[in-house]
Design a protein around this ligand. Structure first.
Ligand code: CO
Length: 137
């Protein structure tokens, strides 16, 4: 199965302050999108190799990103790998006892189908799998 680095998710207290460093680095402009299902507003910076950085700002005080910030402060939150068939990937992982955070893919930013893998199953890293919609039924 094809598997590429899609983006690295970085939790920030706010997009407006969190983006400053990346703009200083010469990246941008940042594009933003609110993902209601995850209670976040995300800001994307494109990198030159098609991977992206995703800044995550919580929209609700009890959202997963807000809890992450309270517990650990700003920093790397997850990495996202792009797969060509998320349903096949999920079935394969489930068959091997990997703990997925949802039974079905959800619609994430950029109209992707996404699922998160519990860090306990990955050696401590929250991993998001993502499949562009339309890439496969
Ligand atoms: Co992400």
């Amino acid at each position: 199965m094809k598997c590429e680095l899609d983006h690295i998710g970085i939790a920030v207290e706010s997009l407006s302050s969190g983006k400053t460093f990346y703009e200083t680095l010469g990246l941008g402009p940042m594009t933003t999108e609110t993902v209601a299902s995850e209670q976040v507003t995300v800001g994307f910076f494109n990198l030159d190799n098609d991977a992206r950085l995703e800044l995550l700002e919580a929209t609700e005080a009890e959202s997963p990103v807000a809890k992450f910030l309270r517990g650990r402060g700003p920093g790397i939150h997850h990495i996202c790998l792009k797969v060509d068939d998320i349903h096949a990937a999920m079935a394969s992982l489930k068959a091997r006892g990997v703990h997925l955070l949802s039974d079905q893919p959800k619609v994430g930013a950029h109209d992707r189908l996404v699922v998160f893998i519990h860090p306990k199953s990955t050696g401590g890293v929250l991993i998001e799998l993502s499949q562009p919609r339309g890439a496969k039924a």
